[in-house]
Ligand binder design. Structure first.
Ligand SMILES: Nc1ncnc2c1ncn2[C@@H]1O[C@H](COP(=O)(O)OP(=O)(O)OP(=O)(O)O)[C@@H](O)[C@H]1O
Ligand SMILES: [Mg+2]
Length: 255
């Protein structure tokens, strides 16, 4: 059984066909990429898989369960976490609270136990605090725990978003353009962090990214889409030499 199976995904927005019969499989412990030109449908794939959009057609199976149409928080609780192309952090909460709140979404106590502050709730709260601080430490963010994300440089905000996605111990991490807007030093740091996360957490990672340096150095396999259709799949080396990919996306001498 694959960790994630996408079969025949189609997405229409009114008259626009954003995705056409897209299929893909992702196994446990894989680090793979999704690339293609602007507007190709990459984010749409992630939005459907993570429950933000309901597909017009097609099936998504995650950990053996059909997830199409499930709400994002349900999919998250099943072990799928994501980041966004445009950073979405709670800007009026500290970095630590951003991580803590994400962690709460994973817990199985009820609203009433939180209100009544039961023993179970108090124990969970302590465990959450501990785990959140561990995640901050792993991502070299401890010194920013009390800061508001909006006061941090962009590269650090991206890292906080990554830390928040990790807070719930996901099995699959979806990263939508994690290197967007980063300077070259930050890109190097990001590559190191992603590799580290992949090695330490023993999870699968699927990333959308335009910076070829990032995908080519991290990904074991790449899928390429153009105008909503899959046009190629293979190792970075195969993709780099694929005539259809060069024509649609990479261009002559792009690499
Ligand atoms: N909610 C929506 N309503 C209408 N059209 C949408 C919606 N979401 C995406 N689209 C359209 O679907 C197409 C695919 O968009 P998508 O955001 O998936 O592209 P992308 O490959 O992620 O591009 P980029 O590299 O620029 O982020 C685009 O034409 C976009 O305008
Ligand atoms: Mg996108």
């Amino acid at each position: 059984m694959s960790l994630l199976e996408i079969n025949g995904l189609t997405q229409r927005f009114g008259g626009l066909q954003a995705l056409s019969n897209f299929s893909f499989r992702l196994e446990e412990r894989e680090l793979v990429g999704l690339i293609g030109p602007n507007g190709a449908g990459k984010t749409t794939v992630f939005n459907i898989v993570s429950g933000f959009y309901k597909p017009t057609e097609g099936d998504i199976v995650f950990c053996g369960k059909r997830v199409n149409g499930l709400k994002p928080h349900v999919v998250t609780a099943m072990g799928m976490a994501r980041t966004f192309q445009n950073i979405r952090l709670w800007n009026d909460m500290t970095v630590l609270d951003n991580i803590r709140l994400a962690r709460y979404a994973w817990l199985d106590y009820s609203f009433w136990s939180a209100v009544l502050r039961t023993k179970k709730f108090r124990q969970s709260e302590k465990a959450i605090e501990k785990r959140s601080r561990e995640v901050l430490e792993i991502m070299d963010l401890t010194e920013y725990a009390a800061e508001l994300p909006k006061n941090l440089p962009y590269g650090l905000q991206r890292r906080v978003e990554l830390a928040r996605a990790l807070a719930g111990n996901p099995k699959l991490l979806l990263l939508d353009e994690p290197a967007a807007g980063l300077n070259s030093a930050d890109v190097e740091g990001l590559i190191r962090h992603i590799r580290w996360i992949y090695d330490e957490f023993k999870i699968s990672i699927w990333m959308i990214e335009h910076q070829m340096k990032v995908v080519m150095s991290l990904c074991q396999r790449l899928a390429v889409i153009d105008f909503g259709c899959a046009i190629a799949e293979g190792t970075p080396e195969q993709i780099r030499q694929d005539p259809d990919v060069i024509k649609a996306y990479l261009g002559d001498g792009a690499l």
